[in-house]
Design a protein around this ligand. Structure first.
Ligand code: NAP
Length: 324
């Protein structure tokens, strides 16, 4: 066993150095799908779970748009099933978080809280984190009326009154999607002008189910087991009022979890990893899957598909190097 004594783990023990053919950072649908495919390719992949085992889907109450589950499946349960299936074929799951990477040469060096990995290939499946409002009630009521995904949760708000927060393309596009189900939508925006593009603005303003609360922010989400109301503050007058609602959809942007790759992997203007149809990055042997490189679809099924594709590319890459 190689030990590197100048690097110490959290427990002040020297960090163990581990050599792996495929290292996967992230344990959401993309990460576990990649692990399943790489494991079935006999590559003994290691998955670093990060702090959020299962990724964003684990925070979703029920997933009804993942094929194969006609009755729906709990988000957390789906994450556990992904993990179980990958482990069945030999994927190794480490409850560990990558702290830094050195991708300047192969094997790539990934330093985690507990170890140093030397990886022949790397699959980045670190996902993205929706921005939160950071107001009281938001965290407690997530999955109980507070949502960050209309495609996932819109169905549960049939004939309900909901609030959407944000003034960008996502807020308007998701509001238009929600009109299929809900009775009414109030878009709460902190300014009196939308950031979204002109076409979406025109469509949203013409939609009879949508009304706007301008210059307004949510200061608290109220409810015990489910969302019942919000406190709204008019930022011009300072007035606070209580408004009853059945749901709060928050679309104020996403932060892709790509900070540790800065300066090594190419990012776009919104910090998503640049990739192509083959899941490649600018560094041969480093692949990306799921939301870290996808600002467009952001679905469990698309992320899982990208994970499978990234693993297939890693297998082909190693075969081409005669290392598979
Ligand atoms: P975005 O464009 O950054 O808009 C975020 C919105 O949330 C802004 O209106 C912002 O207000 C508001 N906001 C931010 N922080 C807030 C807070 N703490 N409290 C209240 N409001 C807050 O994000 P996005 O809509 O997710 O879009 C991200 C990118 O994807 C954009 O480039 C967008 O064009 C693109 N996108 C495109 C499409 C499409 O073309 N169909 C669909 C979705 C997304 P301010 O306006 O005051 O800053």
């Amino acid at each position: 066993m190689d030990l590197k004594f100048n690097e110490m783990s959290m427990s002040n023990q020297p960090k163990e150095e581990k050599h792996v053919k495929v290292l996967i950072i992230g344990s959401g649908p993309a990460g576990f799908s990649a692990a399943l495919y790489a494991a079935r390719g006999n590559l003994d992949p290691v998955v670093l779970t990060g702090n959020e085992l299962g990724g964003q889907v684990s925070l979703t109450y029920t997933v009804e748009n993942y094929p194969g589950f006609p009755e729906g499946v709990g988000g957390q349960e789906l994450g556990e099933l992904f993990q179980k299936q990958a482990e069945k074929f030999g994927a190794i799951v480490e409850f560990d978080t990558a702290i830094s990477v050195d991708l300047s040469q192969r094997p790539f060096t990934i330093t985690t809280e507990n170890a140093i990995y030397k990886a022949e290939t790397l699959i980045v499946a670190t996902g993205a984190t929706p921005f939160h409002l950071d107001v009281p009630g938001e965290v407690n009521l997530t999955g109980k009326g507070v949502s960050y995904c209309a495609t996932c949760d819109g169905w549960f708000f049939k004939e309900k009154d909901v609030i959407v927060v944000g003034g960008g393309d996502s807020a308007l596009e998701e509001s238009l999607f929600l009109t299929r189900y809900v009775k009414s939508i109030t878009i709460v925006h902190r300014r009196d002008e939308l950031r979204a593009g002109a076409i979406l603005q025109k469509r949203a303003k013409a939609e009879p189910k949508i009304k706007f609360a301008w210059n307004t922010v949510i200061t608290e989400v109220l409810g015990n087991d489910k969302v019942e109301a919000v406190l709204l503050k008019d930022v011009v007058t300072g007035n606070i009022r209580k408004e009853k609602t059945d749901g709060v959809f928050i679309f104020i942007g996403h932060q892709p979890n790509t900070q540790i790759f800065l300066g090594q992997l190419e990012l776009d203007d919104h910090s998503y990893l640049k990739t192509n149809a083959l899941m490649q990055t600018n560094i041969p042997g480093v692949f990306v899957a799921g939301e870290a490189g996808d600002s467009n679809y952001r679905q469990v099924v698309t992320s899982a598909g990208m994970g499978a594709a990234a693993a297939m590319q890693a297998i082909r890459f190693l075969e081409a190097q005669n290392e598979g």
